[in-house]
Design a binder for this molecule. Structure first.
Ligand SMILES: [Zn+2]
Length: 144
């Protein structure tokens, strides 16, 4: 049986396997980008605008900071395999927007594979699954 693939968080990213993208906003007043999307006020404290265009954000960026997570987070965290396995997290500065987006690293990338400035690209991967669904999330993959 093929499981239905659904985003773990609705509306935060597209799931096109060829060209996945994070969905953010660009302020119509000052051009400031936001992820997750802005809805009520602009991230720029000097800007009074309350309207934002939804935009696909850069699919590439560079590692700004990183760490590994060796302790199981509290619920609602769900381990993909039922048994907690440490994973690697990176804060990535997007290529064009200059904002930083956190995400897990794809595959078995460890902190030993990363440095500040390492180029990465966005991929969609399974966060966890149940009997009927595969829940998807974005991850960062090191560009070879
Ligand atoms: Zn603004």
């Amino acid at each position: 049986m093929t499981k239905t693939q659904v985003p773990a968080i609705e509306g935060w990213f597209t799931t096109d396997p060829e060209r996945p993208a994070l969905l953010g906003t660009r302020c119509t007043g000052c051009g400031t980008y936001a992820f997750p999307r802005a809805s009520a006020f602009c991230a720029n404290p000097a800007c009074p605008s309350t309207t934002f265009d939804e935009v696909e954000l850069s699919r590439t960026g560079t590692v700004w900071s990183f760490t590994n997570s060796c302790y199981e987070p509290p619920p609602p965290y769900i381990s993909p395999t039922g048994e907690f396995e440490p994973y690697t997290l990176a804060a990535v500065e997007l290529a064009n927007e200059g904002i930083v987006v956190l995400g897990q690293l794809a595959g078995d990338t460890t902190v030993d594979d990363l440095a500040a400035g390492t180029p990465v690209e966005l991929v969609i991967d399974t966060l966890y699954e149940d009997d009927e669904h595969e829940y998807l999330v974005w991850k960062w993959k090191v560009v070879d």
